[in-house]
Design a protein around this ligand. Structure first.
Ligand SMILES: [Zn+2]
Length: 619
């Protein structure tokens, strides 16, 4: 079946819709039960273990994060919890945000800002890394950390007595424990989670509180009351699904921020302005779990509308959003203005983690390629350019899109972004491919392999590409026998109509449609080859409508940053005529208005050099 056409795919699709993928049986360690869900999205993630990243920047970031936390001393991680519990607490202090003491707003000292806040995220990152690698050493560490943490738990959770942000830290700890259970089969993690959850209730308000409500309840104490109760439902719904215990589902419902956030969003009212950026994007994932678990269409509408508002009114060309961690008012030129006002343009590891989660949920539910497009923008232009977390907790936090920007380390060790980075890097695996009843979706183009089995045999795809530096993607099919199913490839919305898709050297007859998944259904045989070529003409994207002369140079999914000590000015056509430098940095060369040649460099290849994200167009 060469010269496959879309009509043929559709005709055969229903006939062979029987799942090509064996559903996961309930894992044996989960004998206690699983909570039922109302919605099974048409796309599911593969297991972490079924996807392998091959040599490339995503694999490098995953391995760096895995090694960093595998090698972090257990005693240091557990120290603050043991200190409060009155147990022997050997080992060095972690330092930075993680310690118990030191915090002073007056002295501008963020030592001990939120003690132990990221323990659960490091645990979660390790559990997901274990799911990817099967490393026994990693599993043993997870078991030690959960046991050590459980020993510090008491029925009153006194660690949280007088604690500044109980919901914030509970949410992360919750995630770590349910991931240790789900992905590393830890025998006591779910019991510890239940004990913690029953104890934490006394420290939480009766519902999710907006900042406005927190402010009005804070009375005289106006500093740091910004707890994030509205992010709790996602992990509580997951705890319900993984344990079958209904009280988690009921508690999740209690903390859906409906009155001030999801209700107005579901009706199309843009209530993002002035909200804290990352936590309110993270809250979209709670809305998606309300949809999946409860079948609540209102929460699906809220997440759909909210994400649309995020992309259309709050986002830079890189896909990043929320300068100074705050959403601005649309139509006032707030993004363009921010370039002259702040270097804290995008909270990168946390923002990218939240962005990957919501786009993965939306993609699973809608099968709409635009969510994959949005995910890859954030991937290539933000997180893949983040520096790795250092042994002492020194971390990359903000991307800087200021008129003249620079990469810098964050001033405090072990911040929030040191917690989300290892979680996200593990999630690269489950974001690259998705599965449907009738086939496999190739969402991200990156060197990788996916392999799955069913009763009939073992199947796989292997992707080879230098994308986005090169515009060719090659996929090799493997299978223990010939098998009829569909392979779906994301054709980005920026792609042009001269994109070429071929199977075994023969061009697929239907033209590819940018902004959709191209389906190739046929009887796939071991050794079949797919080739996709996506031309990437240069284009310009303005920062916002109020600043028509501030543009980013974009090629495919990749923003090209001007390497310069001050913001260069260009003639529009000269910028669009930039030429590939064919060097190891992936540079393009453009001639500035003053006649000088400017290197245009992808974010992931920028190190210490100054750069401009947005360029000035000469009138
Ligand atoms: Zn962060």
């Amino acid at each position: 079946m060469a010269g496959v056409s879309r009509r043929t795919f559709l005709q055969t699709a229903t006939a062979t819709a029987a799942a090509i993928y064996a559903a996961h049986a309930t894992p044996s360690w989960a004998a206690a039960g699983r909570g039922s869900v109302a919605i099974s999205p048409p796309l599911a993630t593969f297991a972490y273990s079924e996807v392998e990243l091959l040599d490339g920047p995503m694999k490098r970031q995953f391995e760096e994060n895995h090694a960093r936390f595998l090698n972090l001393d257990d005693d240091r991680l557990l120290k603050v919890y043991r200190q409060v519990a009155g147990l022997s607490a050997p080992g060095d202090d972690m330092g930075g945000w993680y310690d118990l003491t030191g915090f002073s707003l007056e002295r501008n000292d963020f030592h001990g800002f939120i003690a132990g806040h990221s323990f659960g995220q490091y645990l979660s990152g390790l559990a997901r890394a274990y799911a990817v690698t099967g490393s026994k050493e990693t599993q043993a560490k997870i078991n030690r950390l959960v046991k050590g943490y459980a020993e510090t738990l008491d029925p009153q959770a006194k660690f949280f007595a007088g604690y500044r942000l109980p919901a914030y830290t509970y949410d992360k700890t919750s995630c770590g424990l349910i991931d240790a259970y789900e992905f590393a089969q830890d025998p006591i993690a779910m019991d510890a989670h239940e004990k913690l959850t029953h104890a934490i209730v006394q420290y939480l308000p009766e519902k999710a509180l907006s900042r406005q409500e927190q402010r009005s309840r804070a009375h005289k104490d106006t500093s740091f009351t910004w707890d994030e109760t509205y992010t709790l439902p996602e992990n509580l719904f997951l705890a319900y699904q993984r344990s079958g215990k209904a009280f988690y589902r009921d508690m999740a419902k209690q903390f859906l921020e409906d009155d001030t956030y999801f209700n107005p969003l579901s009706e199309g009212n843009n209530v993002l302005p002035f909200e804290h950026a990352y936590s309110h994007v993270n809250a979209f994932s709670s809305a998606m779990q309300a949809y999946i678990t409860l079948g609540s269409e209102k929460h699906l509408r809220a997440a759909t509308n909210g994400f649309d508002m995020l992309v259309k009114t709050q986002s830079f060309a890189t896909g990043g959003w929320g300068p100074d961690e705050t959403f601005g008012e649309p139509g006032r030129g707030q993004l363009g203005d921010s370039l002259a006002q702040t270097h804290a343009s995008f909270e990168t590891p946390c923002g990218a983690y939240g962005h990957f989660k919501i786009t993965r949920y939306m993609l699973r539910v809608t099968k709409d390629a635009k969510y994959g497009d949005s995910m890859e923008r954030v991937l290539y232009n933000t997180i893949l350019g983040a520096w790795p977390i250092q042994a002492d907790g020194t971390s990359f936090y903000y991307s800087d899109y200021a008129t003249t920007g620079k990469k810098v380390w964050y001033r405090d060790k072990w911040p929030c972004c040191s917690g989300t980075f290892p979680q996200l890097a593990a999630d690269y695996h489950i974001s690259t491919y998705l599965r449907s009843a009738d086939g496999v979706y190739v969402n991200l183009f990156t060197p990788s392999r996916v392999q799955w089995s069913d009763a009939s045999g073992r199947y796989g795809l292997k992707q080879e590409t230098q994308y986005p530096f090169d515009n060719k993607i090659q996929i090799q099919v493997s299978g223990s026998q010939a098998r009829d199913y569909a392979i779906y490839l994301r054709i980005p919305s920026w792609a042009t109509s001269d994109s070429v898709l071929s199977v075994n050297g023969k061009r697929v007859s239907d033209p590819v449609q940018p902004g959709s998944f191209a389906a190739i259904r046929r009887t796939w045989k071991d050794g079949d080859r797919i080739e996709l070529e996506l031309p990437m003409p240069l284009r310009l994207e303005t920062v916002d409508a109020n600043h028509p002369n501030l543009v980013a140079l974009v090629r495919g999914p990749l923003v090209l940053f001007a390497v310069a000590d001050s913001q260069p000015a260009f003639d529009r056509n000269a910028l669009l005529q930039a030429k590939a430098a064919n060097n190891s940095k992936g540079d393009w060369l453009a001639t500035a208005a003053d006649g000088s040649s400017v290197s245009m460099r992808p974010f992931m290849n920028i190190d210490k050099e100054s750069y401009s994200t947005y360029l000035l167009l000469k009138a």
